[in-house]
Design a protein around this ligand. Structure first.
Ligand code: PLP
Length: 323
């Protein structure tokens, strides 16, 4: 474990989920370093667990820069470097995006952070299990993860914090987790998380190669069968099982319902709130026009999926969209 991830057990703090790990990392670092500076750099396409944590810190007087992304969802390293101020305390950029699958240039971000002596946090909830991550190779100071993305039980997450970096706890109570995260630990969940990581690492390449093959096949076939479909996210620098397409002339919600009738479970690129559907902040950030953003379908393949499943999905999409 130490060898693969570069993390020691005393650098791991167990939490209830990825969202809590993001909160603990960002609030914990900023509140502990008030005298150093009050500026955070993040991106516009982070998960709400990071974005809303930053919004909440803005209400406390902290300053946040939200980096834009290009049409593939990748941040600009120049913009990152130009955004650094002498009050910048933390850079928080996700390892890979949950909607469009794009993998960020984490190594270069880590190098920039190190060069400027700024702490670097990454939300790796989607990346752990898909990408081999050694925190030392990437200069990562803090890393958030979540159990259920790795086939561990729901209700467990973890935060890696490099030894020697102090952070403030965000929850008062007992002295669990080295006095950094009060509350009785979810022991069954933690054991499940450990076992899930062991199992994934046993067949890491086989598992990921299988997902990449299914993903590439799906992407190629969608583009062949539905020529005006638009792939969202980077074609190659993307999570193994993630596929995200926009289809003109169909609403994502309708597509989802019709796929559901056929027993296919996917998600749209819309955020539903109070009965209205608006395009997701990620799709808007990559500059997708709203007619395309409304017709977005995200499919993620997992361990149990087969080529037959992909063929079934492709046929269903053709029936719904083309016919
Ligand atoms: N960050 C990312 C990138 C995610 O995809 C998710 C969940 O989907 C989270 C954070 C939140 O994790 P959790 O659901 O464990 O709170």
């Amino acid at each position: 474990m130490q060898e693969q991830y570069g993390a020691e057990s005393n650098e791991i703090y167990f939490t209830s989920c990825g969202s809590e790990s993001d909160n603990l990392a960002i609030k914990g670092i900023m509140r502990c370093n008030k005298d150093k500076g009050n500026h955070i750099i993040t991106s516009k396409i982070e998960h709400p667990a990071v974005l809303n944590t930053c919004h909440s810190l803005e209400n406390e007087g902290y300053k946040v820069t939200y980096l834009s992304v290009d049409e593939d969802g990748i941040i600009s390293l120049d913009e990152l470097e130009n955004s650094i101020q002498n009050t910048t305390t933390l850079i928080s950029i996700m390892f890979a995006n949950n909607e469009i699958g794009t993998i960020e240039p984490i190594k270069q971000i880590g190098e920039i952070a190190k060069r400027h002596s700024i702490l670097f946090h990454t939300d790796a909830v989607q990346a752990i299990g898909n990408i081999k991550i050694n925190v030392n190779d990437y200069n990562i100071d803090l890393l958030s993860m979540s159990g259920h993305k790795l086939y561990a039980p729901k209700g467990v997450g973890a935060l890696y914090v490099r030894e020697g970096i102090n952070f403030q706890k965000i929850q008062d109570g007992g002295h669990q987790e080295n006095d950094k995260r009060a509350g009785t630990e979810n022991i069954a969940g933690i054991v499940g998380l450990g076992r899930a990581i062991e199992l994934i690492n046993k067949n890491f390449d086989e598992y990921n190669n299988k997902l990449i093959t299914l993903r590439n096949y799906y992407i190629e076939e969608v583009e062949k069968r539905i020529p005006d479909a638009k792939l969202n996210g980077h074609r190659f620098k993307r999570l193994a099982g993630n596929c995200n397409f926009s289809f003109p002339n169909i609403e994502g919600e309708e597509l989802l319902l019709r796929l559901d009738e056929k027993g296919i479970c996917a998600s749209t690129g819309s955020a539903c709130s109070t009965g209205s559907t608006s395009p997701s902040h990620v799709l808007l950030a990559i500059g997708l026009p709203s007619n395309l953003a409304q017709g977005t379908l995200r499919v993620t393949f997992g361990d149990e999926n087969t080529k037959e499943d992909v063929d079934f999905l492709l046929q269903a999409l053709e029936e719904i969209i083309v016919n």
